[in-house]
Design a protein around this ligand. Structure first.
Ligand SMILES: Cc1cc2nc3c(=O)[nH]c(=O)nc-3n(C[C@H](O)[C@H](O)[C@H](O)COP(=O)(O)OP(=O)(O)OC[C@H]3O[C@@H](n4cnc5c(N)ncnc54)[C@H](O)[C@@H]3O)c2cc1C
Length: 505
């Protein structure tokens, strides 16, 4: 069934009295509680167009949701009257006409990986959480543990099908490709990192790597690893003092500063360092590399030697395992499921390791009161292949960082804890970036943030006193072009949220 098939079943409208309502409403971050008057479950681009027409005609606020994994309440905010659920648009198919893989916007990463792997042996350098939806993930840029080797997800985005709304309020389905002569090239570009909920509703993405147009689907995207070598190292918090923890963090950053240039032989090696709050009892490193990569075992061991040098606290776990990539490694990296989890996360790109003063702050917060066992700083490897693209080639301007940092306020379930948890993570982040107005201004160390990890505080003068506007932190010099796309494809401002692209002034 194609997205515009007239035989497609009509969209399902689910109202609050329907027993499906609460389930369909459920999303990752339970801090946000939209009560839309209707959830429209779309099964085609025509359904999406109908829902948009109804919403615009009634003057009702509408938001699209694919996987529901937004950090903020962009598709869950009070005031949203119609929620457009795209989860039924979850197909994964080879499209011989476009010589690309067509993936429905409502598909979750796990099933996409499995289908690409089982049927064609290929994969995408996309995110690590299997429940994240393609709709929001790809539009944000998409990044994961193969990105140092293969680039961002959007570096492989060939085309996007989106339903946009014109100045008369009439929806239309547009397919935009990266072909230089495509009249909708700018709309494709806006979906290479401009962020979800900005320009229209994506119903389908097509993927093939740059320079590939083979009739053989197995050549269109990067090959999936067969087995991976995985290092897991766990250090106990108990004997850890400031000197030991900051040495670990310096070592981790130093390795990434030295091994993240384009063409680095360490590109296939990806690491994630979860530096939990002391109440969790331990900090954990995971490093993974395709077993077939040249010198894989040596690279893993050399990295470990570099990381542990001078730390003085031995890990309680130091495990090197060989795992089948798809069945064992991939599903192992999903965030712990908590049916009522509430979160506040913040992020930053890093061009190099934190300064001594920043490391002192990191230690003070992670060792101090107020955190919970899920509160943490997560540092993930970036760079290598990502750095090969120019900042303006896609909407993701951040091509020079060597790490991504995520600041997590933890996980809690009671609304009564919101104020305390949010205050803690806000203070932690503000103090780490105190010298640049509380936010990661590009300054040689930090380099803005990732729109896939949105944080409305960056647009709040109480928390961003840097004088650098939120959109510069998220988009660098790409924002004016995004604004022009906004003006052209969403002239009525149908698609909006706390950090949405605004039309040019
Ligand atoms: C546990 C967890 C792990 C994560 N891991 C990674 C990771 O490894 N790598 C990474 O890069 N990111 C990661 N992310 C971030 C993730 O990519 C973003 O949160 C992404 O926006 C989620 O997409 P979604 O469709 O699931 O979310 P949704 O909440 O459905 O949507 C997010 C935003 O996109 C809009 N949107 C959704 N669908 C569409 C559509 N079809 N058309 C237009 N707009 C749409 C929504 O309106 C909203 O503004 C993670 C997030 C979580 C919560």
């Amino acid at each position: 069934m194609t997205a515009t098939d007239p035989a497609a079943p009509a969209a399902t409208a689910v109202t609050p009295r329907d027993p499906r309502y609460e389930d369909l409403l459920d999303a990752y971050n339970h801090r946000f509680a939209a009560r839309p008057r209707e959830i429209r479950v779309a099964a085609s681009a025509a359904d999406v167009a109908d829902a948009l027409r109804d919403a615009v005609g009634a003057g009702a606020r509408i938001a699209a949701r694919s996987g529901g994994h937004c950090f903020e309440g962009f598709a869950s905010a009070p005031g949203i009257e119609i929620l457009l659920d795209l989860s039924a648009l979850d197909g994964v198919a080879h499209d011989p006409g476009r010589r690309a893989f067509a993936v429905g916007a409502g598909a979750r990463l796990g099933p996409v990986y499995r289908a690409l792997h089982a049927r064609w042996g290929v994969t995408l350098p996309a995110g690590t959480c299997f429940d994240v939806g393609m709709g929001g993930h790809v539009a944000a840029g998409g990044y994961g543990h193969l990105s140092r080797r293969d680039g961002l997800t959007v570096d492989h985005l060939y085309a996007v099908e989106a339903v946009v709304v014109d100045g008369a309020g009439e929806p239309r389905v547009v397919t935009a490709t990266r072909e230089p002569d495509d009249p909708h090239l700018d709309l494709w570009w806006a979906h290479t990192g401009g962020g979800g909920g900005n320009f229209g509703v994506v119903t389908r993405y097509w993927f093939r790597s740059p320079g590939e147009d083979s009739a053989d689907p197995a050549r269109l995207l990067p090959r999936a690893p067969g087995r991976v070598l995985r290092r897991t190292a766990v250090w106990p918090w108990e004997p850890m003092d400031e000197k030991a923890l900051t040495r670990l963090l310096r070592n981790f950053a130093g390795w990434h500063e030295d091994n993240s240039a384009p063409g680095s032989p360490a590109a296939p090696l990806w690491s994630n360092f979860i530096v939990s709050h002391r109440s969790a009892g331990a900090v954990m490193l995971t490093s993974v590399i395709d077993e077939a990569a040249p010198g894989a075992a040596n690279l893993l061991d050399e990295q470990y030697a570099r990381l542990t040098g001078g730390v003085g606290v031995d890990p309680v776990v130091n495990d090197r395992a060989v795992l089948p990539w798809m069945s064992s490694w991939m599903p192992s990296y999903t965030w712990p499921p908590e049916p009522l989890g509430r979160y506040k996360n913040k992020a930053a790109y890093l061009r190099r390791g934190f300064t001594d003063r920043q490391l002192e702050t990191v230690y003070r917060y992670l060792d101090g009161d107020g955190g919970n066992p899920f509160a943490c700083l997560v540092l993930s490897g970036y760079g290598c292949r990502i750095a090969e693209a120019a900042p303006e080639a896609t909407a993701v301007a951040h091509r020079a960082p060597v790490m991504k940092a995520m600041f997590c306020g933890g996980q809690w379930t009671s609304p009564d804890e919101d104020a305390e948890r949010i205050a803690w993570i806000r203070a932690f982040y503000r103090d780490v970036f105190a010298h640049t107005g509380g936010v990661p201004v590009p300054d040689g160390v930090s380099d803005g943030s990732y729109i896939g990890y949105p944080d409305v505080d960056l647009a709040d003068p109480e928390w961003n006193t840097s004088g650098v506007p939120w959109h510069e932190l998220y988009y660098g010099g790409n924002y004016p072009r995004l604004q022009r796309v906004k003006e052209r494809y969403d002239p009525l401002g149908v698609f909006r949220h706390g950090l949405s692209v605004r039309p040019p002034a």
